[in-house]
Design a protein around this ligand. Structure first.
Ligand code: PMP
Length: 354
């Protein structure tokens, strides 16, 4: 039986995408060869790469607006470094909203001067800092749109003339935003887009080529753009499966349609957290993430009973991150609402039992 998969990442993908990807590994397009045993320079794969790159820009509404999409390797973690290497000349600003922002800050500090413009570290990152000043002399301002571990999400982005760089690893393609407000977006594929192994970078080309440092070839966005995102052998399986997921999203009605589904799932989940006296939400209400709902048991003695009930209901991946504890229900695009219903039922059953 297929489990209800609430994993934070790698995470659930649409069932039809898994089936298509599995078929392609055995025999791609009935060509008598596996997708993962053909040359990345073959027309078959170049078409996949170009289709995936075009779908990204189309779904984000960035076609013809000076942006390029790249499928790179090294995870979002390499982007912590690569963004700084390519964009940081004098000084950059960072908003610290959790563990991943903290790691981005750490890497950027190895490259140049940065300032922490705002932080929610005073409350274990359970909220999003607001109303802070963005100095106008920054090379860029770095934000993390969704904090996977803490379950918070930025709802409204700063209005500033400073270029915005945003780590959207855990909420890309999940909600309608004016994506032109960002100059560089990056996201590990393994939540809303595909399997682990590739990282999406969407960059406004005019932002590049301004730093004076010599960039190693493999860390230079311009070199990747020049090579059509094939500077070295790309992770063909991850790119292909991402392309399938993007096609699935387009068929489902794109970001606007999936956002409505995500809102329904989040409303169902958070209503239970709020109404059930056995549970307490972790994140500040106005900053709650529809992607990752973090919550704790009020009475830890019920943990064993609850965990057993979850297991019996086929619910997987709801354990919270060690820095927050408790539970985290990740509700990425491909998670059906029926899975949230199943989780909510177990939570209310616990209330009836207790
Ligand atoms: N940023 C965010 C918001 C994340 O959730 C994660 C991983 N879950 C990362 C960065 C790091 O991604 P990776 O493991 O691909 O380096």
């Amino acid at each position: 039986m297929k489990k209800h998969n609430f994993s934070a990442g790698p995470s659930i993908l649409p069932q039809e995408v898994l089936q298509q990807a599995a078929n392609a590994v055995i025999d791609y397009n009935n060509e008598g060869l596996s997708l993962i045993e053909i040359s990345h320079r073959s027309k078959a794969f170049v078409d996949i790469m170009e289709n995936a790159r075009a779908l990204v820009l189309e779904l984000l509404g960035l076609e013809g607006k000076g942006y390029k999409a790249l499928f790179l390797q090294g995870g979002a973690s390499l982007q912590f470094l690569m963004t700084a290497m390519n964009l940081l000349e004098k000084k950059a600003g960072y908003v610290n909203t959790g563990a991943w922002s903290g790691k981005a800050i750490k890497e950027a500090q190895k490259i140049g001067d940065i300032i922490e413009v705002a932080s929610s570290g005073d409350a274990n990152f359970n909220y999003i800092p607001k109303g802070f000043e963005v100095p106008s002399d920054l090379d860029y301002l770095h934000l993390t749109s969704n904090n996977t571990i803490f379950g918070t999400q930025i709802k409204s982005f700063p209005t500033t003339s400073v270029p915005l760089v945003c780590d959207m690893s855990s909420d890309i393609f999940s909600r309608v935003l004016d994506f032109t407000q960002f100059d560089l977006i990056y996201a590990g594929a393994q939540k809303n887009m595909g399997p682990a192994g590739t990282t999406l970078v969407v960059v406004k080309e005019e932002l590049l080529g301004k730093v004076t440092r010599t960039l190693p070839t493999i860390l230079d966005y311009q070199k990747h753009i020049g090579a059509g995102s094939m500077l070295n052998t790309p992770p063909v399986f991850a790119v292909y499966t991402s392309m399938l997921t993007l096609e699935w999203l387009k068929k489902e009605g794109g970001i606007a349609a999936i956002e409505k589904e995500n809102e329904k799932k989040a409303t169902l989940m958070y209503s239970e957290i709020d109404l059930n006296p056995l549970f307490k939400g972790f994140a500040a209400t106005e900053d709650r993430s529809p992607m990752n709902a973090t919550f704790n048991l009020v009475n830890e003695n019920l943990k064993e009973t609850f965990d057993t009930m979850l297991k019996e209901a086929g619910i997987s991946g709801v354990n919270g991150h060690r820095s927050v504890g408790g539970y985290r229900a990740s509700m990425y695009n491909a998670l059906p609402i029926a899975s949230v219903q199943a989780l909510v039922e177990v939570m209310s059953e616990l209330e009836n039992k207790a």
